[in-house]
Design a protein around this ligand. Structure first.
Ligand code: AMP
Ligand code: ZN
Length: 126
């Protein structure tokens, strides 16, 4: 279980990479935006389509976001669907991945959903 404290409501985290992308302090290839979400291409794409959808506010992972701001979590998921449509993978299928904590190899502790598609996936995940 992820024991990192959620810092919801405290504004941007100074050392958070994705907060810096939201603020425009770190460049990103943004493909979709809503009031409470931003979507940009993963810098280390694992498939022809690999986009990260994040809330603008800082929460440590998707469950923390859903707990603190359920409407924003829904907005992130709807944005993921819009990205899949926009990328042309909604029909062929795609995978949504939300890593949480150490065993899942979450590397950026700001909530995000990976939208991965454009090739056949395997199961189980590694
Ligand atoms: P996770 O491992 O689930 O925390 O996912 C974090 C993702 O962020 C990884 O897939 C990284 O490739 C990606 N990433 C790291 N830095 C950047 C960046 N500057 N721009 C876009 N994606 C990034
Ligand atoms: Zn953040």
């Amino acid at each position: 279980m992820d024991t990192t404290p959620d810092t919801a409501g405290r504004g941007p985290e100074p050392d958070c990479l994705f907060c810096k992308i939201v603020a425009g302090e770190v460049p990103a290839d943004v493909v979709h935006e809503t009031e409470h979400s931003v979507a940009f291409r993963d810098i280390n794409a694992q498939a022809p389509t690999h986009v990260l959808v994040i809330p603008r506010d800082h929460h440590v992972d998707l469950v923390a976001l859903a707990t603190a701001a359920p409407d924003h979590a829904v907005e992130v998921l709807r944005a993921a669907g819009a990205v899949a449509e926009q990328e042309g993978v909604a029909g062929s299928g795609y995978r949504l991945v939300a890593n949480s904590g150490q065993d899942a190899q979450q590397t950026v502790p700001h909530a995000h959903v990976h939208v991965v598609g454009g090739r056949a996936m395997t199961w189980p995940p590694g």
